[in-house]
Design a protein around this ligand. Structure first.
Ligand code: GLU
Length: 303
């Protein structure tokens, strides 16, 4: 099978990069690392650093967090063109992408609620059957809604039944006549670099629009990177495997693929990646304790 790299790799001069936090917690030292690596890359190549606020999850939005992000980044010495792109203001664009995929017959409404999904998985697990898990450890969708007829789907939607939209991954893979890959200038968790063959099947039928939010991370990030002409995506290696999903969406939607630079994470003393829920490593609290921007950059390993 030929290997198709969806990339027409843009030239390295004048790159456009983005730092794309979700405002659901305070930024920590790991975010400082990502933001600074993007910032240094843009400056080193006469490029542009964009800040994008990934706030599609309006159910978790907390007032003030966006301002805190702006303050922390400015304090670190970073600036960016205004206004920033806020994903919550662009649902129509994600909807348009979803409509395109729907026309291709590659998505389906998934009616199981979170609780029903969990119950179904426990049932399967209790029989000893091995059910596939995605690279983050989450079980693949256990519903069989992809087999519903168009008439049944339409009827249930018309009756107002809550539903997400999922990619029919098997149908996508069956239709693919090339193997997808991306260009990796950083490295994955096991040191993978160079041309990486995508493995979207590992993710199962990913969600493209949630029940409560008319988009998903995978869909919005793929659409936005294209709309904002991002040439280089510089982000933590915890997102390395998800690039397979972004590659498949770029391919299906005819979007240009950026180059990727996944970087190592900042870890705590126990080797765990930092989390927004543990406030102790937040930039704001370190700052309150008297840390200077230099101190943060030292902790972030980007000086
Ligand atoms: N919004 C994502 C996060 O805060 C980052 C997405 C990305 O860089 O692709 O983890």
């Amino acid at each position: 099978m030929p290997i198709h790299n969806a990339t027409t790799n843009p030239p390295i001069n004048a790159p456009i990069v983005r730092f794309a936090p979700s405002p659901n917690g305070l930024l920590h030292v790991g975010h400082a690392r990502s933001a600074m690596l993007n910032w240094h890359f843009a400056n080193a190549h006469d490029g542009t650093f964009l800040l994008r606020i990934e706030d599609i999850d309006t159910t978790r939005a907390r007032p003030g967090l966006e301002t805190a992000i702006f303050e922390d980044l400015a304090w670190l010495g970073i600036d960016w063109p205004k206004p920033v792109r806020r994903q919550s203001e662009h649902f129509a664009e994600y909807q348009a992408a979803l409509t395109e995929l729907r026309k291709l017959g590659l998505i389906y409404p998934a009616f199981l609620s979170r609780a029903e999904t969990t119950a179904r998985i426990s049932e399967i697990d209790s029989t000893g059957q091995i059910w596939p898990r995605d690279p983050d450890g989450a079980p693949h969708y256990p519903g069989s809604d992809r087999e519903l007829s168009t008439a049944e789907r339409d009827e249930r939607i018309a009756a107002g039944e809550p539903h997400a939209w999922r990619l029919d991954m098997q149908a996508v893979l069956d239709d693919l006549d090339t193997r997808l890959s991306w260009t990796e200038h950083g490295s994955g968790p096991s040191g993978e670099t160079g041309e990486i063959i995508a493995d979207p099947g590992a993710w199962g039928d990913v969600i493209l629009a949630r029940r409560d939010v008319p988009a998903s991370y995978h869909l919005s990030v793929s659409v936005d990177d294209a709309i904002q002409n991002i040439s280089d995506v510089i982000r933590g290696e915890d997102l390395f495997a998800t690039t397979s999903v972004h590659s498949v969406l770029q391919h299906l939607l005819g979007l240009p693929a950026p180059r990727y630079h996944h970087h190592g994470l900042v870890r705590d003393q126990d080797g765990r990646k930092l989390s927004k829920s543990d406030g102790s490593t937040s930039i704001a609290s370190l700052r309150q304790q008297g840390a200077s921007p230099e101190d943060i950059l030292t902790l972030a390993g980007t000086t």
